[in-house]
Ligand binder design. Sequence first.
Ligand code: PMP
Length: 395
Amino acid sequence: MSHLRENFYRHIAQTSESPIGLEIEQAEGCYLYTTDGKRYVDLISGIAVSSLGHRHPSVIKAIKDQVDRHLHVMVFGEFIQKPQSEFAELLTAHLPESLSQVYFVNSGTEANEGALKLAKKHTGRSRFISFKNSYHGDTHGSLSVTGRDIYRDPYKPLLPGVEFLEFNEPNQLGSITDQTAAVIMEPVQGEGGVIPADVDWLKSLRRRCNETGTLLIFDEIQTGFFRTGTLFAFEQYDVIPDILCLAKAMGGGMPMGAFVSSPEIMKVFKYNPPLNHVTTFGGHPVSCAAACANLKTLLAEGLGRNAVKIEKVAREMLHGKGIVELRGRGAMLGLQLESNRLTKKVVEKSFHQGLILGWTLHSDTLIRIAPPLVIDSKLLRESFQIILDSVESAL
Ligand code: PMP
């Protein structure tokens, strides 16, 4: 075992018995390069992060330019920092008018934490509605609204007053009442198995929130930044959330998250007492500079169209014996296989052919497919062929 590997097992906190354990030397575009000289195609983009591929030149340049100006100077919200303001302007220019104020954080779970607190303080209520099989992150608040008992049980008691409804089930929306601070949901459930919300159901959900004065929070941490074809998935539903949570692909590979809302809602953080929701590193200037370059490039290169193309090629190629279903939207896809045994074998066999695939947290018969949006058609087809060959030889 190499010294590096030995150190990894000895000194890096382990999150499972069987980490993938690739020893990374470099990453560029759609490829990961390991210290033993091998090359892998990253078909999961570091879990829906590297939409421009790894080390996109525009992002690298923005990072280097910002490093030459300044790093951290002050906690979020006090100093006027160009990368923050510029990025917030660009982001909100592509959002509905009501979503015009951005609170920057460092990760997805922090975005959801902020959104939940914001909803509580704005409404003066403390109950939340979430959905079965949802995933919202692993800090206490986000875990409290995550809809899978197996992850929640070891950490109870969690936040009280959280109820989990069936996703896409219109008959349960009556559970949203004038006691509910917010409903939090993913427009396409990611870890739950890549399940898109039904359009009519989501519209009814919005209506029920309006009737009861409940805020609607969209967790677009995984679906955001063109992953599903449009900049944000909610654009495909004609439904506008009160709070939008973002992270993952936002920073172009840098740690970055945000929750976005209206000045009317966001203002509660300003008083009683002032500074009642603060963060030291939220909106780090280097992350904001990277995020700004990332979004400019995604927009300029029309990469939403690529997400749509990726889905088209996937639907054309990924079917046959052993494959139950291909689910999802754009470049956020899940390939449902016949059994857990088959899924495991296909992931292993593809890996040996130099293809990184993944699982989702709540499903062991689903292969996650979320390539960088910049992947070209030849590499995409070759990668899908590896999956098909792996299924065939594993059956
Ligand atoms: N919400 C969703 C929908 C996610 O997919 C994730 C991460 N998988 C999170 C929240 C948590 O994000 P983070 O890991 O950055 O805390």
